[in-house]
Design a protein around this ligand. Structure first.
Ligand code: KG4
Ligand code: ZN
Length: 335
């Protein structure tokens, strides 16, 4: 079965053709990063406009690379939530038009579910149940993936998402947009023990995160030094901040895996491209004899293939929509 996956929830316009939820026959991403860099972050209005300009070309290229035509496609899957509402609406409306014109089923896909499904493309042997850390620019969740379309949130951030914290800390360090990846690179030469940063625990919620205190702590460190006319070494700041975020994420994941009896764990979302997180989780899982699955770097960020992968399982579960489908800026993964 061939699914056309469309993604436009943030600043990538993406389309892919995916076979049986497991094999990407094409995966085309038009990134807007260069344009948003001018403003130091994603400008929603610009994102919507670029999606509208690019979506047709990206979809055509995805079909061409897969050597398929619309007639070969069994269903059109599209990200409908959560994300920037104007950006989502472009993809949803385009997918509705396409599905209607080509007389194909329309499959709405939750963005975080699709990030998890990126793992299915890279790991044919991965099947639910497993425990997944989903960390992106807008969300940080520990999710029990009970089945392909059945999820239970075990922990979540109380304030900033991990990616958001990386981006804001990077900005305070004077690193270019997008911050997370530059902070990761800057940390390579730094000392992770140079600065002591908080590791907040939330009473009664051992699997929840809080990154806002950590972000404020690093920003205050930088500003206080600036006021004294000092400049702190960016590699040490980056390494210390990265270590603190990775510790918060990995500690809770390992604790949750033990508590809920998971021997298989996975990572998903843009932040799982972080080399320190990948290494730390690899070491921790190895120590405990647990299996760890991670998407390759090319599938950690937003893309259409992950939408096609999750779309396949949503379609099998009968989760299709009609032309009244709407987009939602926020929507729980386990809804
Ligand atoms: O999943 P994603 O591509 O988009 C959203 O759904 O938000 O995640 C983007 C987030 C950004 O905050 C970005 O800075 C972060 O993932 N990110 C990283 C790295 N690569 C991307 N954070 C830390 N280290 C990285 N190497
Ligand atoms: Zn994403």
């Amino acid at each position: 079965m061939l699914i056309l996956g469309l993604e436009s929830s943030c600043d990538e316009t993406a389309a892919a053709v995916v076979q049986d939820g497991r094999k990407a026959l094409s995966n085309v991403v038009a990134s807007q990063v260069d344009e948003h860099r001018l403003y130091g972050g994603v400008v929603p209005e610009i994102a919507s406009r670029r999606h509208a300009e690019n979506v047709v070309g990206v979809m055509r290229e995805a079909l061409r690379e897969a050597r398929a035509t619309l007639a070969d496609i069994d269903a059109v899957a599209v990200t409908y939530a959560p994300g920037l509402i104007g950006a989502l609406l472009v993809g949803v409306n385009y997918a509705k038009g396409l599905a209607f014109a080509a007389e194909k089923p329309l499959v709405p896909v939750h963005h975080l579910r699709s990030h998890i499904a990126a793992n299915y493309l890279a790991h044919p042997d991965l099947k639910p149940p497993f425990l997944c850390l989903v960390a992106s620019g807008g969300h940080s969740h520990i999710v029990a993936v009970e089945d392909y379309t059945k999820f239970r949130v075990i922990g979540r951030t109380r304030d900033d998402a991990a990616g958001e914290a990386f981006d804001k800390a990077a900005r305070a360090m004077g690193l270019p947009y997008p911050g997370g990846v530059h902070l990761n690179q800057a940390a390579a030469g730094g000392n992770p023990l140079a600065y002591k940063l908080p590791n907040p625990q939330i009473e009664g919620a051992p699997y929840d995160f809080s990154f806002s205190g950590l972000k404020t702590a690093i920003i205050n460190l930088i500003h206080n030094a600036k006021q004294k006319g000092e400049a702190l070494p960016v590699p040490d700041l980056a390494a210390s901040f990265q270590a603190a975020v990775v510790r918060a994420l990995s500690e809770r994941m390992m604790k949750a895996a033990a508590e809920f009896g998971f021997q298989t764990v996975a990572l998903a979302g843009g932040v799982c491209a972080n080399s320190c997180l990948r290494e730390t989780m690899e070491n921790q899982c190895k120590k405990r004899g647990m299996r760890l699955f991670m998407p390759p770097l090319s599938l950690c960020g937003d893309n259409g293939a992950m939408v096609g992968a999750q779309g396949y399982y949503e379609f099998l579960a009968g989760n299709t929509a009609n032309l009244t489908l709407n987009a939602y800026a926020s929507l729980p993964i386990d809804g």
